[in-house]
Write a protein of this length. Sequence first.
Length: 66
Amino acid sequence: MKVVINGESTEIPEGLTVTALLGHLGMAEGRVAIERNLEILPRAQWKHTAVQPNDTYEIVQFVGGG
């Protein structure tokens, strides 16, 4: 199934939740913000939100440092 992640069309397996999508992409959940179809997706909804064909995601990882 195709979705757009950070501006790039990406092929992913069907049946993923947003949490599973992060795992598929190799991203840790800890310091991530997600926008789904132009709306911020609250962290509490990640486990229950199914990724749909043609969804658009902007995924931002926060990096600490000094």
